[in-house]
Ligand binder design. Structure first.
Ligand code: ADP
Length: 369
């Protein structure tokens, strides 16, 4: 296990592209961290800097308190698993697992012991004599993880390791990787563009935005319930959070023909007087029964999608230019008719207000759960 520390780490590629801006973070021993964000936001670049495969342009990077900017890859105590499994096709599973240890000149009986132990953890014992071409995608990925695991390193780096697998295999491997992490305990940095992977696997998540800007670092709970800005609010959650834009007059949000009193959901309603804001709530946070301390909204149903355990309702609120598309999740037994009007409630504890200009959350004292 290792502890990592980033202080104002920047990456500017030789062509002048600034791929990572002022990355600051402390990663604790044994933490499982996911870097998420859209393609091109600097996730792999960050991972490659940790691995020592890319130079750090400015700032400081420490491993266990030691400045590591110039440390060679080999001395960093890392193992990396890539999206492409990069297995040797002409070697068996056993040989693929053993290869790195053989290069290090380790005794054959020690290698045998380690290969067997690793194969056992990953459920590969029955496949040791097979060649990669005779394995499924999930099994290949397990061998790739095994090759990293067998080296008993302190830091595991994984770059989209599951993206070549089908949906079912991804779910299985997700929990396997989590279990391996629990038993091995290595500090793990995992890159993905898939927020479900990040939410289910991480101790903490780093949300990045294109241009290499960190938007928020937090536990899955914090990012889901306490997004600091519009980007994180829209990125975490599926379907995404609903945004209704409008202007505040006398503490009332006027948006799309709606009028919502914002006093209950912001700390100081005067601070947003006259401003353009975004009123937001999650599709799954609505209530059908009228309750106290909630906003009552009326929408028009455009389309419904029965998913089995839930129905997604695509609807609009407001009229004319201000008409806004929203998505609501409802119990399938309460699926509304398409084209009909549909009333619902947004509890104050599930409502968010963002400043439309700065895109930051407007301060509030709401305890969300
Ligand atoms: P992600 O992993 O989030 O998809 P990357 O870290 O791979 O993003 O890339 C971040 C940005 O840096 C992208 O815009 C990419 O085009 C750019 N980039 C990556 N490698 C290089 C390079 N060697 N030279 C110049 N730009 C690069």
């Amino acid at each position: 296990m290792s502890q990592l520390l980033f202080k104002d780490v920047n990456k500017v590629y030789p062509n002048g592209y600034h791929a990572v801006h002022d990355f600051n973070m402390e990663i604790k021993n044994g933490e499982f961290i996911c870097l998420v964000g859209d393609s091109g936001c600097g996730k792999s670049t960050t991972l490659r800097m940790i691995a020592g495969l890319e130079d750090i342009t400015s700032g400081e990077f420490y491993i266990d308190g030691k400045l590591a900017n110039q440390m060679s890859s080999r001395d960093r105590g890392i193992a990396m698993v890539f999206q492409s499994y990069a297995l040797y096709p002409h070697l068996t599973v056993y040989e693929n697992l053993a290869f790195g240890l053989m290069l290090e000149g380790i005794d054959a009986d020690v290698i045998e012991e380690k290969v067997q132990a690793t194969a056992k953890i990953l459920g590969l014992t029955d496949y040791l004599e097979r060649f990669p071409r005779a394995l499924s995608g999930g099994q290949c990925q397990r061998v790739a993880v095994g090759r990293a695991l067998i080296r008993k390193v302190n830091i595991f780096l994984m770059d989209e390791p599951l993206s070549n697998l089908d949906a079912k295999q991804r779910v299985t491997m997700r929990s396997e990787i989590k279990q391996i992490h629990r038993s091995v305990g290595a500090t793990t940095i995992y890159v993905t563009h898939d927020q479900t992977e990040a939410m289910t696997m991480s101790d903490r998540i780093v949300v990045m935005k294109s241009g290499g800007y960190v938007q928020q670092i937090g536990t899955p709970f914090e990012l889901y319930f306490y997004p600091k800005n519009l980007f994180v609010a829209g990125f975490i959650g599926e379907p995404p959070m609903n945004f209704i834009r409008g202007t505040v007059e006398n503490g009332i949000l006027n948006a799309s023909g709606l009028q919502l009193n914002l006093a209950p959901v912001v700390r100081d309603v005067k601070s947003i007087e006259g401003k353009k804001v975004v009123f937001a709530f999650r599709p799954e946070a609505i209530k059908l029964e009228e309750t106290q301390n909630s906003y009552k909204l009326t929408s028009k149903v455009e389309l419904t999608e029965l998913l089995g355990d839930t129905t997604n309702v695509y609807a609009t609120v407001g009229a004319g230019d201000g008409r806004t598309n929203i998505i609501l999740k409802v119990n399938p037994h309460h699926t509304p008719e398409m084209g009909a009007g549909f009333s619902f409630n947004v509890p104050y504890i599930s409502a968010y207000v963002f400043d439309a200009e700065t895109e930051q959350i407007v301060e509030n004292d709401i305890e969300r759960h």
